[in-house]
Design a protein around this ligand. Structure first.
Ligand SMILES: Nc1ncnc2c1ncn2[C@@H]1O[C@H](COP(=O)(O)OP(=O)(O)OP(=O)(O)O)[C@@H](O)[C@H]1O
Ligand SMILES: [Mg+2]
Length: 1006
């Protein structure tokens, strides 16, 4: 940053802070001279702007220049008053506080020009609306009006401000200039009646005479010749080449109407100005008694609004108030002249105040919302003439006060601030002019107090008595010398009526003559009546001035200060001339060297932690968007992130101090970039939001259109379908009605539909097993035949499928079942119930047969075993037994004992009843004596056991199904009977006839 600054800054150095030999006044002057010779009139000392009057128009105040400086970092461009103005404005905007720019320098150094440039910059750079433009125009045009009435040509400056001006510009939160207020200080009224040689009265008089319209002049009784008016010719330079009174007049007229002066206000205003001119021409003659008299004074006629009689008397007599009555005491000619001039001054002074008030009314901002303010203080510079009077005393006192303020606000407060912030400070020696301020304004002992006292004191008080009093009271003061008090050498430079003050800016010798009069600003009682002024102000001029300065100091103290120090390069008002002695003197009394020393010794920039953090927090991710800890910690984190080196900054108690401007510039630059990035992001988000909104709207609209279109199409489709279905329906009806006729055009579709429909339904409702084969969907008449065919095919298919799924084991089972069926179907009552009970290989596992038994019969291969109940042949007692069929014989086993073996060859028959009991009788051959006889058994698996027995023993035809009773052999030759009958419940008992009675319940035939 600094490197680029130096590169840009080809002539000298544009910030004195960067001056190598910063303690050398000569180096300072060299730099100033070098730059001003190159028309580089502005140079910084940190944020203070030093301006050297070029005494020629420079091309650096164009709109383009303003645009260049607008919103740009203070130190980024070559120094300029616009940079300062912009910086003040932006600081005010960002920190939302009040500021003032103190423009100082001696008469003709360029203060007023600087303040105008600042105002013009704001006029262009601030936001503009119709309303704001109105305020802006008034602010701008208040200048020519005030300059016309308050400025005059002096020896030092052709447009010297003869009043002090403090102007507040009020800005709203958007930076729009919404109002203003002007305070004026100590107008040099004596100029109205007296001008030194080479000087002029206030511009307005010449403007009126030179530029005023014929009608106006006629109405005011004026002639277009300044030479005719005594108040305009004393300086003998009514015409000045640098001033164009005619065009200035036009400007003032225009300005007055923009600032909303009514026509009658304007007329009255110029009537008063004309009256002052006429008043100046009023002459007095001494009558026989030596008293002043007004003879044949045609001017009296033009002193508008005042009865001639009253005026005449007022100008030539003084009203003395005795105890009960008022006495008129005639004036001498000298007194009358004095009274006339006093009246002229008073009229002009009050008119000026009225003017300022009127402008203020027009600039007043009616909106009460909070405003921030930038104040512009353009106040008379330090003045030293050959002969210095009361006015110079006041002006120089004012400059002492401002210097004091400057000291307080910068040098002193700077040191104090360092101390307060706990930052080490290398003391900078500076001259504190408080001692001179005290000399002038101290209560009871100061020059002002002595002057007032002398004015009010009864008795013969004169300027010389004042001088004596001062010698008496403050004679020993190191900054006060008079002819009497001075040493020999100094005495030579002083007249008897002089006193000299050693101001901070240098020595000034004042001639005490006129001090009392000017301080009294006497307007004799009659004079006051003349201008209808019945307020008698007891305060002396200098005291009023003192209090207005105290007010001003208070106003300034509450604001952030910025400084423009104007330097006058030569007394001849010539461009290109740089008078070293003159400039060195100004550099000294403007305190520039001290200021530079302070700047270099300390830190170029400081800000409260919270403000610094608030501004730069976007630069560190830890502090953005919000820092939760204290502001100081936040700043510490921030600068660590920014990589500040330890010698570049110091952390105070409440503020951060940055040593070099370049550190701050780098931070500010980074901030600017970051700000743009953030703004771009916000912009992008916002644009995205907008576009998304548009998109959603469009999509909604498109959906709506689509819906309408679809609805329309759907309705058309529905109509089409309704029409089609109506036709279909009619065809269907026709088809239905002709369904039994041979296939024809009318019914072919219907029949096809009936066919499809039947086949589809049939497909979904086919019988799942062969057993369900009768559940066949009833076919419509036209499909009867086809249905029967399909049924057959389908059943065959199902049977095939079923048969394919049967295992050899199952097949064997089924074959057995088939045999059972051939033996019992339709013969025995409970046979149907057995059909659904599948046969198994055996009912008793080998593990449940006694090993002993197994050992005995295993070789015969056990084929089937079943538990049975055997009824004793005698007594018919039931016994649980196992019936085992082997390859060769049937065995009746009781646990481990084989109770009976029936060889199949000896099995001659098997009897069962036709009822639903489970009894069977095995008939055996009784040839063998060892045989025990027939077996009467009851078996739960009767059909299974019998079928197995028939197959194993190959005795298929041996079964007899009997009705009533079965005879059996108990033993050879002895017979028994088993009777079967149906009953209420199943029971087995020995009947009275000795038969075994088997009752079984009747089953419903299937
Ligand atoms: N920046 C500038 N560019 C060109 N000329 C300038 C500039 N500043 C001042 N001048 C010239 O210097 C003259 C005196 O300036 P200005 O009236 O501002 O002085 P001042 O400091 O206000 O003096 P005073 O205390 O007498 O009012 C101006 O009329 C103008 O001719
Ligand atoms: Mg000025």
């Amino acid at each position: 940053m600094e490197a680029s600054l130096t590169a840009r800054d080809r002539v000298g150095i544009q910030d004195f802070v960067l001056l190598d030999n910063y303690t050398s006044e000569s180096a300072f002057l060299d730099n100033l001279r070098k730059r001003s010779h190159e028309n580089l009139i502005y140079t910084y000392i940190g944020t203070l702007l030093v301006s050297v009057n070029p005494y020629k128009e420079l091309d650096i105040y164009s709109k383009k220049q303003m645009d260049t400086y607008m919103g740009v970092n203070f130190f980024e461009l070559p120094p300029h008053i616009y940079a300062l103005a912009d910086n003040v404005f932006r600081t005010m905007q960002s920190e939302y506080n009040n500021h003032f720019i103190l423009i100082s320098g001696e008469s003709g150094a360029g203060k007023t020009e600087a303040s105008k440039k600042i105002l013009q910059f704001y006029a262009v750079s601030c936001p503009s609306t119709k309303l704001l433009n109105n305020v802006r125009d008034r602010l701008l045009l208040s200048n020519p009006v005030l300059e016309a009435f308050g400025n005059a040509k002096t020896l030092k400056n052709d447009n010297s401000s003869r009043f002090g001006k403090y102007m507040d510009i009020q800005f709203d939160h958007q930076g729009g200039a919404v109002g203003g207020h002007i305070l004026s200080y100590l107008l040099e009224k004596s100029r109205v009646v007296h001008q030194n040689h080479g000087e002029r009265n206030f511009h307005i008089f010449y403007q009126l005479v030179e530029g005023g319209e014929e009608d106006l002049l006629r109405w005011l009784g004026l002639e277009r010749n300044c030479q005719h008016y005594r108040y305009l010719v004393q300086g003998d330079c009514a015409k000045v080449s640098s001033i164009n009174d005619k065009s200035d007049w036009k400007m003032v007229r225009k300005a007055l109407s923009v600032i909303e002066f009514s026509e009658s206000d304007i007329e009255n205003l110029f009537a008063i100005i004309a009256s002052v001119l006429h008043l100046g021409n009023v002459k007095f003659e001494a009558d026989v008694r030596g008293y002043a008299s007004l003879n044949n004074n045609q001017e009296m006629h033009w002193l508008l609004g005042i009865p001639t009689q009253v005026l005449q008397q007022g100008l030539t007599h003084r009203k003395i108030e005795a105890k009960t009555e008022e006495v008129l005491s005639p004036f001498s000619v000298d007194h009358a002249v004095y009274a006339r001039d006093a009246l002229a001054k008073a009229i002009y002074g009050r008119t000026f105040n009225w003017l300022v008030n009127k402008i203020n009314e027009s600039l007043a901002n009616k909106d009460s919302s909070r405003k921030t303010v930038i104040g512009l203080l353009d106040i008379y510079g330090f003045e030293v003439f050959n002969v210095n009077s009361f006015e110079q005393f006041c002006i120089n006192y004012c400059n002492e006060k401002l210097q004091q303020l400057f000291i307080q606000l910068t040098l002193k407060s700077e040191q104090e601030e360092y101390e307060m912030e706990g930052i080490e400070w290398e003391p900078v020696p500076y001259f504190n002019n408080k001692i001179i301020c005290d000399l002038v304004e101290e209560k009871h002992r100061g020059i002002i107090a002595l002057l007032d006292e002398e004015c009010l004191r009864p008795g013969e008080a004169t300027d010389l008595t004042l001088l004596e009093k001062m010698e008496e009271e403050i004679g020993g003061h190191p900054h006060f010398v008079t002819h009497k008090l001075a040493d020999k050498k100094t005495r030579k430079t002083l007249e008897r009526g002089d006193f000299r003050l050693l101001h901070y800016a240098g020595e000034v010798t004042y001639c005490v003559v006129g001090f009392l009069d000017k301080n009294n600003d006497l307007l004799y009682r009659n004079g006051k009546e003349v201008i209808s002024f019945n307020f008698y102000c007891k305060k002396q001029v200098v005291t009023q001035f003192k209090s207005s300065l105290v007010g001003l100091t208070e106003i300034l103290m509450s604001k952030e200060p910025w400084y423009v120090r104007c330097i006058k390069p030569n007394e001849a008002k010539q461009p290109g001339r740089f008078d070293d002695v003159l400039v060195r003197h100004q550099v000294k009394y403007l305190g520039l060297m001290e200021h530079l020393r302070v700047r270099r010794a300390g830190f170029a920039y400081r800000r409260k932690y919270d403000i610094f953090l608030q501004r730069y927090k976007p630069l560190c991710p830890d502090t953005w968007p919000n820092w939760r800890g204290t502001a100081a910690e936040g700043v510490q984190r921030l600068i660590k992130h920014l990589g500040y080196k330890p010698d570049e900054y110091k952390m105070g108690r409440t503020k951060i101090f940055i040593r070099h401007p370049r550190t701050l510039f780098a931070t500010e630059d980074a901030f600017q970039i970051c700000k743009h990035r953030l703004a771009t992001r916000i912009q992008a988000k916002y644009k995205g939001y907008r576009v998304k909104g548009d998109y959603l709207k469009q999509r909604e609209a498109a959906t709506k259109i689509e819906n309408c279109w679809r609805g329309l199409m759907a309705r058309k489709e529905r109509e089409k379908r309704a029409w089609a279905s109506l036709i279909l329906f009619l065809r269907f009806i026709k088809g239905f009605m002709t369904r039994n006729q041979p296939s024809c055009n009318d019914n072919s579709e219907y029949l096809a539909y009936v066919r499809t429909n039947y086949l589809t339904r049939l497909r979904d409702n086919l019988p799942r097993t062969v057993l369900e084969k009768d559940a066949w969907l009833t076919a419509p008449p036209i499909l009867q035949e086809a249905s029967q065919l399909l049924k057959k095919i389908y059943i065959r298919h199902m049977v095939k499928k079923y048969v394919r799924g049967i295992t050899p084991h199952r097949k064997a089972q089924l074959l057995l079942k088939e045999q059972t069926s051939s033996m019992f179907k339709g013969k025995k009552e409970n046979y149907p119930f057995s059909v659904c009970r599948p046969f198994v290989d055996t009912r008793i596992g080998a593990e449940d047969i006694s090993i002993k038994v197994l050992q005995m019969i295993r070789h015969e291969h056990i084929k089937y075993s079943v538990p049975v109940v055997k009824y004793d042949r005698n007594g018919f007692r039931p016994r649980l037994r196992q019936l085992i069929f082997t390859q060769e014989a049937a065995y009746l086993v009781e646990e481990t004992k084989i109770k009976q073996r029936i060889d199949y060859s000896s099995l001659k028959g098997m009897s069962v009843s036709n009822l639903s009991d489970n009894f069977l009788i095995l008939h055996v051959t009784c040839d063998d004596i060892k045989q025990k006889g027939d077996l009467v058994l009851q078996c739960d698996y009767l059909f299974e056991a019998l079928t197995k027995l028939c197959v194993i023993a190959n005795k298929q035809n041996y079964i007899k199904v009997v009705q009533g009773s079965v005879r059996f052999d108990i033993q050879p030759g002895r017979e028994g009977f088993v009777d079967f009958k149906s009953g209420q419940e199943s029971m087995v008992y020995r009947a009275k006839n000795g038969h075994l009675m088997v009752e079984s319940t009747r089953t419903k035939s299937r």
